[in-house]
Design a protein around this ligand. Structure first.
Ligand code: ADP
Ligand code: MG
Length: 698
């Protein structure tokens, strides 16, 4: 018997080949089909008459087939016009096909067979009117024998799904439609949802049916919203249970502020902590000294000085003889943090290792790291997600720090928790989290925000510039002994893009504009040790211009860099540009950002003017969200929670989410084992048990 967990290979003639195409869309089971929601809809409820068609750019027409006319167009493009009579006027449904020059095969053979004169056609597509004659560029059609025959895919709102090579839109439609017969098996938690006047109830199966085949567009939106709220509810319960469990797990680690290391570290810094940094350190120390594990997120704009806060927490752990793991998203940032830590902890006699996948590949290095961490000789491990690898064991890890947390999936972070009994966790991010998600994910996390920049920081002056201007000004800065970054979108020339690249341009620039200065380059694919060397040499000013890709976008800290030039700035997202801008303006000197690019579209111009007018990362990402839509940003944050349809959640009023959050807190308080909410319990157990191992609802 088929269930929601049945593999789709054996469903509705999908077969092995198509099932691998489906897998690319994230669909493996019948259940996955149910929540594979349309990306958009086509409103085919209304038939447009030929007479009125000029008013529309897209739509659906209907009529009797009067004839077929085929034309060869250019040398290899063929056209087929099907004449339609809708009772009043004649119009045409047009098909295009490419034909190879030497082939005599009839590209329209299959279509011509279907279009019998006298039958009726529904057709959907873009509408063009040429000298009063209507042409519909067919993207979908359906033939019926009699005028009154009911069509399958017309006269209704029709879903449009993502497709990949190997499966057609209509095959997906058909398969999903059949899967809807299993809707009732989808666990329905609508009865566990609170009664709230703004929150109408809909069973999960009805919601799913309406999302795929709604009567109207409005009804689809409504169903999506309800479904998203239900998913939010489930996620929230899971996270609160998780948190409750962590809290219940008293930790064994104890910290005493001894200052044997903290004091020399502070004296060594060369600056005072800002008020916000002090507040953050206080929060963190308080959490660490409490009996429950810390679960805190530190949010602060680029350059606000989050690293020293993280280092303070690190030292409190090390002072008390515990081990610390610092995880970052890129190798180059790991290397930077490693160098920064070596420098900041100089003379304290702390053994620190750098652990990235390229280092772990070397057998001797690997052994050293594994043994050092296992016997506790190494106190601090700084690295990429390679640190999460099962083989790496710690003697007494007590603190996990995740820097640039927004780059990680939620689940990876939880996996890291396996390395210790009940570790303290500090997450650091420069990307503020949209409100809806903050309530979701961060239902389980405490937040500290740094709003101040270190004193004396001047806002970075941002310009749209010609290459000429940017390079001339860069030379002025270089003459003052300052340093310059130039960022290109790609490493090497490629056939696919016509973009300027790091390798070609650095050669050119070192012979022309910057022939009197020293240039070096850096990109992701380089060997780890090589990258470290280059960054160290840049820091030591052995060269003055660093040409790179966006790999330098996160976390890099060179205080004498005062110029950032970004080529093809129009193709980068705002948050990326803001992060890149954060690489300059890291001292009291005035810094500059030059954006070079084609600025062809209005959209590109608008985006870039936002970067220019806003220096505040929080505002930049809010604007980014508005223009780009939340999908992308939330996608990264939500990575791992594929069930959670975040796009729709943005549409939900914040007070509904607030209400649910409070309600969930009560459920988890009153019924922590979910014995009164059996369906909910089953859902959570099934979905999250393997992922969030700490949830204990079994
Ligand atoms: P981010 O928050 O982007 O991670 P960093 O921690 O890299 O920022 O700090 C940016 C720069 O500011 C570093 O060079 C750091 O040494 C410096 N810095 C941090 N805090 C202060 C402070 N209170 N006063 C002066 N400089 C500071
Ligand atoms: Mg940082």
């Amino acid at each position: 018997m088929l269930t929601l967990d049945s593999k789709i290979q054996f469903f509705n003639g999908v077969g092995y080949k198509r099932s691998s195409s489906f897998a690319k869309l994230g669909i493996k089971t019948i259940g996955d089909l149910l929540t594979f929601f349309p990306v958009k809809y086509q409103d085919r409820t209304r038939i447009i008459s030929m007479e009125n068609a000029w008013k529309y750019s897209q739509g659906c027409v209907f009529g009797e087939i009067g004839g077929i006319e085929e034309r060869i167009f250019l040398s290899n493009l063929c056209l087929l016009d099907v004449e339609l009579f809708d009772g009043i006027l004649i119009g045409y449904v047009r098909f295009f096909r490419k034909k190879s020059m030497h082939s005599s095969a009839d590209v329209f053979a299959s279509i011509k067979k279907k279009f019998e004169i006298g039958n009726f056609v529904y057709a959907w597509g873009n509408i063009k009117v040429k000298s009063g004659i209507v042409f519909v560029m067919a993207s979908d059609y359906e033939i019926v024998q009699n005028k009154s025959d009911k069509p399958l895919l017309f006269g209704k709102v029709v879903p449009v799904y993502h497709t990949v090579k190997g499966i057609t839109q209509n095959f997906i439609r058909e398969t999903v439609k059949l899967a809807l017969n299993f809707c009732e098996l989808y666990p329905d938690i609508s009865n566990s949802m609170p009664d709230f006047k703004k929150l109408p109830k809909l069973t999960a199966s009805l919601a799913i049916k309406r999302i795929h085949y709604p009567g109207t567009l409005k009804s689809a939106q409504f169903a999506r919203k309800i479904f998203a709220i239900q998913e939010f509810f489930i996620l929230e319960v899971a996270l609160l249970l998780f948190r409750k469990n962590v809290k219940k797990n008293f930790k064994t680690q104890k910290y005493e502020i001894k200052k044997t290391m903290l004091r020399p570290f502070k004296n060594n810094l060369g600056f005072e902590f800002t008020r916000d940094q002090k507040k953050a350190i206080n929060n963190i120390f308080f959490d660490m000294q409490s009996v429950n594990p810390m679960n805190r997120m530190l949010v602060g704009d680029v350059g606000s000085g989050k690293t020293v806060v993280a280092f303070s927490a690190t030292l409190l752990a090390v002072e008390n003889d515990y081990q610390v793991m610092i995880i970052v998203p890129t190798e180059i940032l790991a290397e930077q943090h490693y160098l920064a830590a070596l420098n900041a902890f100089k003379g304290l006699g702390i053994k620190i290792v750098l652990s990235t996948s390229s280092i772990l590949k070397k057998k001797s290095e690997r052994e050293k790291i594994l043994i050092g961490l296992k016997n506790g000789y190494v106190k601090i491990a700084i690295g990429t997600h390679s640190l999460i690898e099962d083989k790496i064991k710690f003697k007494n890890l007590s603190l996990i720090i995740v820097d640039e947390q927004h780059r990680f999936g939620v689940m990876q972070k939880f996996d890291a928790l396996d390395k210790a009994q009940s570790p303290d966790v500090l997450m650091i991010t420069a990307t503020p989290i949209p409100r809806a998600l903050a309530i979701g994910i961060c239902g389980a996390v405490d937040i500290t925000t740094i709003t101040q920049l270190p004193p004396g920081r001047l806002p970075v002056k941002t310009y749209f510039a010609s290459e000429q201007l940017a390079y001339t000004n860069a030379i002025e800065e270089l003459k003052k002994g300052n340093q310059v970054y130039i960022v290109f979108p790609v490493i090497d020339k490629s056939k696919k893009f016509t973009l300027k690249s790091v390798i070609q341009e650095s050669k050119k620039l070192s012979q022309t504009w910057f022939k009197d200065f020293k240039i070096d380059l850096l990109y992701g694919k380089m060997k780890s040790s090589e990258k470290t060397k280059i960054m160290q040499r840049f820091k030591d000013k052995e060269f003055n211009i660093l040409i790179s890709t966006t790999v330098i976008g996160v976390g890099i800290d060179i205080s004498d860099a005062t110029v950032m030039i970004i080529q093809h700035a129009d193709i980068f997202g705002l948050s990326v540009l803001h992060q890149l801008r954060g690489r300059v303006g890291r001292s009291s000197k005035q810094s500059y950002l030059y954006l070079i690019g084609g600025f062809k579209s209005d959209r590109a111009c608008k985006r870039l003017s936002i970067i220019r007018s806003l220096n505040d990362g929080i505002k930049v990402s809010e604007e980014d969200l508005k223009i780009r839509g939340p999908g992308e940003l939330m996608g990264t944050l939500q990575h791992g929670f594929h069930e959670f349809k975040t796009d729709d959640l943005v549409e939900v009023d914040a007070d509904i989410l607030d209400f649910i959050k409070k309600y969930v807190a009560k459920i988890v308080e009153d019924d922590p084992t979910l014995s009164q909410n059996t369906v909910l319990k089953k859902v959570i157990y099934k979905r999250f048990f393997n992922k969030i191992k700490l949830i204990n609802v079994g």
